[in-house]
Ligand binder design. Structure first.
Ligand code: TRP
Length: 375
């Protein structure tokens, strides 16, 4: 069996997977993770949360792993964690995820999930871990030497996915190497401990012994929305001050957009290489108006601005502010209602933790059975 390596292959596979989900939504559990490192912004909302809502509307169940241990992989700060966790639950609910069909939980609260880490670590080698490009990039950004946890967090992420035998994982491109590690671990576990022979096929073309497999080989589902840039064209990040946070008011949003730098050219054009500030304001405006981004939507807005006697960066910022505030109006209303009702938010999280733990206990039993560690 060949593991899928390239982005275009993953993209093609994501399309097939999406069609399969549409056909039989009840067969899939959508499993995805969020690291609680601060307030969420419109990049999260458009890049991943709205995707989850869309998939849930097709009829799937959703599990949202709040990866609190992941926070200490590449930063020293472990502050305001509770607020960040509450924020994740609040923003996902405000965007329309159904609390009846969504299991929210923090992975630190599920001992049986964490226990999978020990057998899983035995299934990967040091060079395999060291060559993970996302881990390398995170280490460089952290400015620290590689910690044991950062090196092995893709294995921990495999625990997040496999503890509930998750099969579909919506992620961004940067997470593809981790999904490969997860597939490798699932496959090697099935081979080593459950007698599956991926190299030998039966009459139906399935690997021999597949009926004894403990884990499925999960698939990445790449987001339909391409990368959302920050207001100034750099990566959207709270620390760069270029992110519209979901918790901001309409006025705060207007102020933030107003002070975003632009260039001196009055005619607005979409050119992400040479005019990254103007281009990202166009992208965000297009995205918030529900237009196609990456070219057409941006051109349309640029033309609209250039044909106005007041054309220029000021008008672009005004249109961007209007579009963002309009797109976030409902979300903000619901999120402030939920923020007033934290008991309800906490109940959803606690129920999710109980449910996740029940699932993890069962999976750990399967693992122990396969490994023969039952005494
Ligand atoms: N590593 C992911 C990120 O940095 C978050 C995450 C943790 C995750 N566990 C997961 C994503 C399981 C998908 C499935 O964004």
């Amino acid at each position: 069996m060949k593991d899928r390596k390239t982005y275009s292959e993953s993209l093609r596979r994501s399309k097939d997977l999406e069609n399969a989900i549409i056909q039989n939504p009840q067969n899939y559990r959508i499993l995805t993770g969020e690291r609680p490192t601060g307030q969420l912004h419109i990049g999260h909302l458009f890049g991943s949360i709205k995707e989850r809502v869309r998939l849930q509307k097709l009829g799937t169940e959703t599990a949202i792993i709040i990866a609190d241990y992941q926070v200490i992989t590449d930063r020293d700060e472990f502050k305001n964690l509770k607020e960040s966790v509450d924020g994740i639950v609040i923003d996902n609910l405000a965007a329309g995820l159904d609390p009846e069909k969504t299991m929210f939980f923090c992975h630190s609260q599920i001992p049986e999930l964490n226990q999978l880490m020990i057998p899983f670590l035995s299934l990967v080698t040091e060079p395999e871990l060291l060559r993970n490009p996302t881990v390398k990039a995170e280490m460089e950004a952290s400015g620290h030497s590689l910690s044991g946890l950062l090196l092995t967090y893709p294995v921990h992420q495999a625990c997040d996915i496999l503890f509930c035998k998750g099969s579909v994982v919506p992620v961004g491109k940067d997470q593809l190497p981790h999904i490969e590690v997860c597939r490798l671990i699932a496959k090697r576990f099935n081979e080593r401990f459950a007698g599956v022979k991926y190299g030998e096929l039966d009459k139906e073309g399935n690997p021999k012994g597949m009926e004894n497999a403990v884990f499925p080989l999960p698939e990445a589902l790449l987001s339909k929305v391409p990368h959302v840039p920050g207001l100034d064209g750099r990566k959207m990040s709270k620390s760069f001050g270029n992110a519209v946070l979901l918790g901001m008011s309409a006025d705060e949003t207007a102020k933030l957009i107003k002070k975003t730098p632009t260039d001196n050219e009055r005619t607005i054009t979409y050119n992400p290489d040479d005019r990254k500030e103007v281009s990202s304001l166009l992208t965000i405006t297009a995205l918030c108006r529900g237009l196609e981004i990456g070219g057409d939507g941006e051109q349309q807005i640029a033309e609209e601005i250039n044909s106005d006697p007041k054309f220029g960066a000021g008008l672009l910022k005004q249109k961007c502010t209007e579009a963002v505030n309009e797109a976030l109006r409902d979300h903000r209303e619901k999120r402030s209602e939920l923020a007033e009702n934290l008991d309800y938010v906490h109940k959803i999280l606690h129920d999710g933790i109980i449910k996740a733990r029940e699932i993890a206990v069962e999976t750990l039993k399967d693992v122990q059975n396969a490994m023969g560690t039952i005494y």
